[in-house]
Design a protein around this ligand. Structure first.
Ligand SMILES: Nc1ncnc2c1ncn2[C@@H]1O[C@H](COP(=O)(O)OP(=O)(O)O)[C@@H](O)[C@H]1O
Ligand SMILES: N[C@@H](CC(=O)OP(=O)(O)O)C(=O)O
Length: 523
């Protein structure tokens, strides 16, 4: 299918807005393709809104946001020379990029001047922080916002350079901290969505707004409230505010696959996944979309499409529940398949899991209580200690006197871990196993299947993979276990081959007798 066909297949509703979000590495590596092949093409038939993250030329971990956060850290440590050097690098990178990509001399010079002014603004702010001896959450946010300001100024000039009427829109001050004093709740989501939409609607018709993915200022800081990847949420709220036809998250991968295509060669692109599945996959290692993005957009009945900047013709993956109608449709376009009423034919199509995913940098912490039973307040006490040391629990399982937790563990968290362990010893004997990974099987159909967990653990046993811990999510669409890091590729490929690929080709790893038992229940 050509891009023009794929563009026109997005049905035209009255507003006709499409919100397109581009990540930092896409802006860094493929800005011309974004302008020429994507924004230009879509804006011929739709009203397009662009939302961008800060530029990264290589990896996000080495990109502009990371550099700016480092500059703020240096200022907090009173290291002036160091933060000036980081800001110099950010400026140099953006100025060189402008020189290289913007052909029109007037636009280019204007962009370079504005870039330098943004950097001067951040320098003045950090100098002031140095004097008062503190970088507050708000100052940190203002520094971080510079990344999106620079990338969006660049993208709007590049679009103009390539003949698209575009306008830079700064959302960093769109709402005051007074208005957002309760943090990010339903009320502030609504307020922000309306403000973003008002900024867009203010522009003359036919203009493509380029919105800074940074928005705020949220009390306590955007990093604490949302974390890295906040641009996805900004795009989502814009889509809701505009009642858009579609929210498009453009990545450097064709969409959501049955497994990480870098780790599982036979991984297949999924045409659609439900929001719950997307949330589980994101949390457990397949970070394709920020988890906060989905709820508001889906409530507003707006589909989310993941697409590839390097392959704009591809259909991508749609994130949408299969049992509700789209915006403008009272009922779904096809007979809805409610998960409670799945017809037998769906089971005979032998759908098992939707995808398999892995999350690395995991340690298992076991606490063996020194009491005969887990006493009142035991869990609360354990979680208070973990929270104090900023340790996040990904999985948990308990028995009467024993608790096992899988936690995120990196070099940077080593110190926090040590401190937490000292405090946790008052609850009982503690032991820690490191260098582990969580492997998760995710799928909406798993709710209906008896034997899927058995099949998963049998496959791992056949591969002689030791399981440290097991857990099934309360929503029953995720079965996870913790294994040694060295076994992860083997585990992913074995589970994918025997549970997912067979589902595509008509086989099933689930014992047929168990499946029949389930069918008896449904009928
Ligand atoms: N199930 C999955 N489907 C698609 N991509 C996945 C999956 N699991 C992990 N990934 C990885 O997530 C990455 C997301 O795409 P990319 O646009 O490169 O990331 P980023 O937004 O962090 O720059 C890809 O590199 C891909 O290998
Ligand atoms: N630039 C920010 C926000 C963001 O959304 O990034 P990305 O879209 O590249 O994941 C960050 O790096 O966290």
């Amino acid at each position: 299918m050509s891009l023009a066909d794929s563009v026109s297949s997005v049905s035209s509703l009255p507003s006709g807005w499409i919100v397109q979000k581009f990540g930092g590495t896409s802006v860094g590596k493929f800005p011309e393709q974004i302008c020429e092949d994507i924004v230009k093409t879509y804006s011929e038939s739709h009203q397009v809104v662009v939302v961008c993250s800060a530029r990264s030329t290589h990896l996000k971990s080495e990109g502009t946001t990371t550099r700016l956060l480092l500059a703020a850290e240096y200022a907090a440590d009173e290291k002036k020379e160091e933060y000036l050097e980081v800001l110099r690098l950010v400026e140099e990178d953006h100025v060189n990029n402008a020189r290289e990509k913007i052909q029109n001399a007037e636009l280019r010079e204007r962009l370079i001047d504005e870039t330098r002014e943004e950097i001067r603004h951040v320098t003045r702010l950090l100098d002031a922080c140095l004097i008062i001896g503190e970088v507050s959450a708000k100052s940190n946010d203002v520094v971080m916002a510079c990344g999106e300001k620079l990338s969006c100024r660049f993208m709007s000039y590049l679009l103009q350079d390539r003949g698209v009427k575009a306008q830079y829109v700064d959302l960093s001050m769109v709402a005051s901290d007074m208005e957002l004093s309760n943090g990010l709740d339903a009320h502030s989501y609504k307020l922000l969505g309306e403000r973003f939409a008002a900024e867009v609607r203010r522009l003359p018709e036919g203009t493509v707004p380029v919105l800074t993915g940074f928005f705020g200022l949220i009390p306590g800081g955007l990093l604490r409230a949302v974390g890295r990847g906040y641009t996805d949420l900004c795009a989502a709220l814009t889509a809701v505010g505009l009642a858009a036809e579609e929210l498009q998250i453009w990545k450097e991968v064709d969409g959501i696959f049955t497994a990480d295509p870098r780790k599982v060669q036979k991984a297949r692109l999924l045409a659609s996944v439900t929001p719950d599945e997307a949330a589980e996959l994101t949390y457990y290692g397949s970070e394709v979309i920020h988890p906060f993005t989905m709820e508001q957009v889906i409530k507003a009945r707006i589909p989310i499409r993941i697409k590839n900047v390097m392959n704009p013709q591809g259909d991508g993956t749609i994130i949408y529940p299969d049992n509700i109608g789209k915006r403008g449709e009272a009922t779904p376009p096809h007979p809805p398949i409610s998960v409670q009423n799945i017809p037998a034919s769906v089971f005979t199509s032998k759908k098992t899991a939707t995808a398999v995913t892995a999350k690395s940098d995991i340690a298992v912490l076991n606490i063996h209580s020194n009491k005969k039973t887990l006493s009142h307040g035991f869990l609360a006490g354990v979680f208070t200690v973990l929270d104090k040391h900023k340790l996040v629990v990904d999985l948990i399982s308990t028995s009467e006197v024993h608790i096992s937790m899988a936690l995120h563990y990196t070099k940077e968290l080593k110190h926090n871990f040590g401190k937490a362990l000292e405090e946790l010893k008052k609850f009982g004997d503690c032991d820690v196993t490191k260098d582990l990974c969580i492997v998760s099987l995710v799928g909406i159909h798993m709710k209906q299947l008896i034997g899927i967990a058995g099949a998963m653990f049998k496959i791992l046993a056949d591969e002689r993979i030791n399981i440290e811990m097991i857990s099934q999510g309360a929503n029953e669409i995720n079965i996870s276990c913790v294994i040694d890091r060295k076994d992860v590729i083997k585990a992913l490929n074995a589970l994918h081959d025997r549970l997912l690929l067979r589902a595509f080709t008509g086989g099933s790893a689930v014992d047929q007798r168990l499946e029949n038992l389930k069918l008896d229940d449904v009928i």
